[in-house]
Write a protein that binds this ligand. Sequence first.
Ligand code: 5GP
Ligand code: ZN
Length: 112
Amino acid sequence: MNDCIFCKIASGDIPANKLYEDDEVLAFWDLNPQAPKHFLVIPKKHLAGPGDAGEVDDILIGKLLRTGAHLAAENGIEQFRFVVNNGEEAGQTVFHFHLHVLGGRSMSWPPG
Ligand code: 5GP
Ligand code: ZN
């Protein structure tokens, strides 16, 4: 997608502070962190969000979760929260699937 900011980060057209990258996924620190540790894990393939994923994406989505957990551990984030927003009402502002990984502070429930 030419006008997608996360596709541009995935292709290297826009810089990001990366934690990890391979052929399928990319992880980078959030520009506007909502916790002391806050990074995003995205598929390089453009999917608008989980509502846009098909059965063909099952392994990729599993990899996003596993990558998020591994990178959290590698960065000293032992306890963390995963968040995936799908749709404007849910708080999604970038319409390219991304897993938020937040840690380094106590979290409340329910989320706002
Ligand atoms: P959403 O609200 O869609 O679930 O989350 C989008 C996230 O992407 C936000 O936390 C926002 O701070 C982050 N973000 C938006 N644009 C950029 C960018 O250009 N670089 C980085 N590193 N993060 C971004
Ligand atoms: Zn995209």
